[in-house]
Design a protein around this ligand. Structure first.
Ligand SMILES: Nc1ncnc2c1ncn2[C@@H]1O[C@H](COP(=O)(O)OP(=O)(O)OP(=O)(O)O)[C@@H](O)[C@H]1O
Length: 605
């Protein structure tokens, strides 16, 4: 055998005859083996064996006080695996053959012939090399298996391999943890057909069978299912044919990702505020997530909710969440603009198109180009305007009053209403086609009574705001006063709460708002309750809320009409102030004025 001189093949020769040791050394060296280490007795040999490693040991059977068998035994005790060739002369042939039983590779008889020595050495070394390589391959395999196991363990996705008969071959730790509470029969050694006899946790079985039949991978199949404990899960499944590297396919590998965690973690990111909106209740979390998602698209949005629930704040948040945030957000309170001016207000007009149009006017829609147009109180717009608005929504173009050329704009429409628009549609008071155009996406703001848990958060925020604004040292509220606020039903919602806190801050001379600084209705908890705990809708399609004044009402007992007039007189004709005195919002006041046909010019304000 040609040996590579760069590769060492260390051999230990043990013999008490010096000449023999040297002869062996010469023969072996010439053959390309080496280094050849010589030892003259048992002790020397053991010394060498414990200090370095050998590929072969050639030892005389007679070694002074010890025998070659003793050396063989010691070699095995030392866990040395290299082959040992015994050299023996008459009368020790039997002993040498016995050595084979102790694991010697072979023995050669004296007088040793060179060829015999080299041939036996070569065979021993070859076998040792093969053994060595096999062991190395085994070690590599173990190493690879451990690496793969670690890899599978570290993956949070569930991984399952099954064979063509649906036998479960292997599952990683994530798969075991995922399935053990759902269906313990889905386990290594089990069979899917048996495990899935009547379980809905086998949502992947059909897909697996499909891939087994077709050999075609299934990617990211997303499904929902409900566990026996009624938990809803959202799962993404990938199934690939399991190939053996030589082109044959003998099973599938299933990777299951539990998306529920992602959904939960997104929703578990509880927020106590979002843009200018405050609230940590689950209802508000839904609103925040909705606004975040809807902000990204350009679809029309209809925001509904009782008066004072934050429709305008939600609109601002929507605008800020959109790509339009650096463009204008134009707000139009449809009830605040007289019917005959609404068209020109929205679409603009050409100079001279009607009496008083003494110059061209850019409408609100054009002002909002590239941005957002907020149409508040949309439920109250007259039929003619409903039609014009519908055309604009359909065509994205409009004609300013008195112009016969159209203008194209890129505007996102957000409409809001505190009336039940669907009911108005049923009553024939609002166009159905416009309703559906506006309500591509709807966001419903919950009334404060449905999220009473948010009251302390809101109240404390308003206290901070108003104490700063008024320069007063009010820093909190007593437990008793907070309980009164929490138990109250808030027909005017957050606007009403804000006014209560503002008023309390005015009345508070210390650092803490106490019960007696709250309006009498809240202290007594008698007003509003009956009207607000019933259905949220009132006859005529308006969302129900009490219109009784929030504070000790200076106009109490009067007819609605005279209360409004009294409030307007008190506020010197300032409608915003009058609305505050009456604890109604400005748009409700405008609506009432219209409904009651109150002409302010006939009063001495
Ligand atoms: N979530 C909230 N966090 C803090 N303040 C709020 C919130 N919602 C509303 N407000 C406050 O309440 C008042 C009324 O809010 P907003 O005008 O947005 O309500 P609205 O639903 O549009 O009312 P309306 O229907 O009467 O026009 C505002 O002063 C606003 O700042």
């Amino acid at each position: 055998m040609e040996n590579n001189p760069a590769v060492e093949i260390p051999i230990l020769v043990v013999d008490d005859e010096e000449s023999l040791r040297h002869t062996f050394k010469i023969f072996l060296k010439r053959e390309g083996y080496g280094p050849i280490i010589l030892a003259s007795n048992f002790e020397e040999a053991v010394g060498e064996l414990t200090t370095r490693s050998f590929d072969l040991v050639i030892s005389d059977i007679v070694l002074g006080g010890n025998s070659g068998i003793d050396l063989l035994k010691r070699i095995r005790e030392l866990n040395i695996t290299c082959p040992v060739i015994m050299v023996t002369g008459y009368p020790h042939v039997d002993t040498a053959s016995e050595a084979l039983r102790f694991g010697a590779f072979d023995y050669i008889q004296k007088p040793v012939e060179k060829d015999q020595l080299l041939k036996t050495s070569r065979l021993a070394l070859q076998q040792y090399k093969l053994q060595h390589e096999k062991q190395k391959a085994e070690e590599e395999k173990d190493h690879y298996r451990a690496y793969l196991d670690t890899l599978l363990r570290s993956v949070s996705d569930s991984i399952i391999t099954i064979d063509q008969d649906l036998n479960i071959i292997k599952m990683n730790q994530a798969a075991r943890s995922f399935f053990s509470p759902l269906n313990p029969a889905i386990n290594e050694g089990g069979n899917l057909s048996v495990a899935c006899a009547d379980k809905n946790s086998c949502f992947f079985k059909e897909d697996a069978e499909k891939v087994l039949r077709s050999g075609i991978e299934i990617k990211e199949h997303r499904i929902e299912f409900t566990t026996e404990t009624m938990d809803r899960k959202v799962i993404s499944i990938c199934i690939s044919p399991l190939e053996d590297g030589r082109g044959s396919f003998h099973g599938v590998v299933i990777v299951i990702r539990d998306m529920t965690c992602l959904i939960e973690s997104a929703s578990s990111k509880l927020r106590s505020s979002f843009h200018r909106m405050i609230g940590a209740s689950p209802a508000m979390q839904t609103v925040y997530t909705m606004i975040e998602n809807v902000g990204k698209v350009d679809s029309a949005v209809l925001i509904t909710g009782e008066s004072g629930t934050g429709k305008e704040l939600a609109t601002e948040a929507l605008h800020l969440e959109s790509h339009r945030k650096n463009r204008p957000l134009v707000k139009v309170d449809c009830t605040a603009i007289p019917e005959n001016l609404l068209e020109s207000e929205l679409f603009g007009h050409k100079k001279g198109s009607f009496t008083g149009a003494d110059q061209d006017r850019m409408g609100r829609i054009l002002q909002a180009d590239g941005g957002t147009l907020f149409l508040d109180e949309i439920g109250d717009i007259p039929p003619m305007m409903q039609l014009r608005l519908l055309r604009f929504l359909q065509e994205k173009t409009f004609y300013p009053v008195g112009r016969d050329t159209s203008i194209q704009v890129d505007v996102r429409i957000i409409a809001a209403t505190n009336v039940n628009l669907r009911e108005k549609v049923q009553q024939g008071k609002f166009r159905e086609d416009l309703y559906f155009r506006l309500r591509v996406i709807d966001i419903i703001l919950p009334p404060l009574r449905e999220r009473a848990g948010d009251i302390p958060l809101l109240a404390n925020n308003f206290i901070q705001h108003y104490s700063r604004k008024m320069g007063k040292p009010v820093s909190g509220i007593s437990d008793q006063a907070m309980t009164l606020l929490t138990n109250y039903t808030w027909p005017g919602n957050i606007r009403e709460l804000e006014h209560v806190i503002e008023r309390s801050c005015v009345l508070c001379n210390g650092s803490t708002i106490a019960s007696e600084q709250l309006p009498i209705e809240i202290q007594n908890q008698t007003t509003f309750q009956d009207t607000t705990t019933s259905s949220p809708l009132r006859q005529g399609g308006e969302l129900q809320h009490s219109e009784k004044p929030l504070f000790s009402d200076p106009f109490q007992g009067n007819s609605p009409e005279s209360r409004i007039i009294a409030a307007l007189k008190k506020s010197g004709g300032n409608k915003a102030k009058a609305a505050r005195l009456l604890s109604i919002d400005r748009s409700t006041l405008y609506r009432k004025l219209r409904e009651m046909k109150i002409d302010l010019s006939t009063f001495d304000l």
